[in-house]
Design a protein around this ligand. Structure first.
Ligand code: ZN
Length: 320
């Protein structure tokens, strides 16, 4: 959503231009980041950008603006410290470009082992045809993306990751830019969600005819967060409803009952035939609470091992 951009710009301003908080922007003057500005410390009004704000507050002479008369020595030390920290932050955030490993060493090594002098060897037509150098450069760029963001290596097995590059390679979309931060978290995410919900609609439609079992179980994910998941199971298939992260919660009967009730309401209480959960005392107690909304039966499963595994598998692949 484009509505989030002004607040983002503000966050960035707070971080890299912290002295804005000591003045008031009265109005924009002629664009280009120029404003009519009033100093909150001395009430002096002047026109200009952040450069003038710095000059005024940090008492920088001959910068085309009167310096602040009310900034004391102590205040000046404070302001300079804040300003220095911001400058350091800006410096640190500048991406330092580190060159990629040299390409084509592998081919040279290969030819060396074949006994051909690399100096005499010309790039073959085959190499040109397959753009070996471009391929290697791209490999290195992709590897950098993994290393610099700490992406798990098994992402390389993700079929969508592979499909994305295959698509880009096979459809010459010149000038293509991959989706940015905002597009990923807004438009694309909303489209994906809407699409998955449409796909699940036939299963939901069957709920009222065939009845639903709500299956709930607690488990810990690889980051050791304590999670409780809820699934709606019908003859048409299981459907992942939600997972609650209860790492910072007290898992008492009220907490479990609250979430169980929400799930029952989502599914529609007349559709719920039974609730299956593990035999933790709190779940039993929660069951008593929940049965007040006339769920037909509440099953506490004593031997949940195999089922547990099945449940975890599905919860980990909610859209599989
Ligand atoms: Zn001032």
């Amino acid at each position: 959503m484009s509505a989030s951009s002004p607040s983002q710009a503000k966050e960035q301003d707070d971080d890299t231009k912290p002295l804005w908080t000591y003045v008031t922007k009265i109005k924009s003057v002629g664009g280009g980041g120029n404003y009519e500005i009033k100093c909150n410390i001395c009430d002096f009004t002047f026109n200009g950008s952040y450069t003038k704000v710095r000059a005024h507050l940090l008492k920088m002479m001959r910068k085309g603006v009167r310096v602040c008369q009310k900034v004391t020595i102590d205040k000046l030390i404070d302001l300079k410290k804040i300003d220095n920290e911001a400058t350091l932050r800006v410096e640190r955030s500048k991406t330092k470009s580190v060159s990629l490993p040299p390409v084509s060493t592998q081919h040279q090594m290969d030819t060396n082992t074949l006994g051909v002098d690399p100096k005499k060897r010309k790039t073959s037509t085959v190499e040109n045809a397959f753009n070996f150098q471009d391929r290697e450069t791209l490999d290195h760029e992709i590897a950098r993306m993994f290393y610099s963001s700490g992406l798990p290596f098994h992402l390389a097995r993700n079929p969508h990751y592979r499909k994305a590059f295959a698509y880009a390679a096979n459809n010459q979309i010149s000038g293509y830019q991959p989706p940015g931060y905002n597009k990923l978290r807004t438009t694309l995410l909303q489209n994906e969600r809407r699409h998955v919900e449409n796909l699940l609609q036939p299963i939901k439609n069957a709920w009222s005819q065939k009845g639903v079992s709500i299956v709930s179980d607690g488990w810990s994910d690889p980051q050791r967060r304590s999670l409780i998941n809820f699934m709606a199971v019908t003859e048409s298939g299981p459907m992942f409803l939600k997972t609650i992260d209860c790492s910072n919660e007290i898992k008492d009967k009220d907490f479990i009952a609250k979430h169980m009730r929400e799930v029952i309401m989502e599914v529609g209480h007349s559709n719920v035939v039974q609730i299956v959960t593990n035999n933790a005392t709190v779940c039993k107690a929660a069951g008593v609470h929940v049965s007040s909304i006339r769920c037909r039966s509440f099953i506490v499963n004593h031997n949940i091992n195999k089922y547990d595994l099945f449940l975890t598998t599905i919860a980990l692949n909610p859209f599989a």
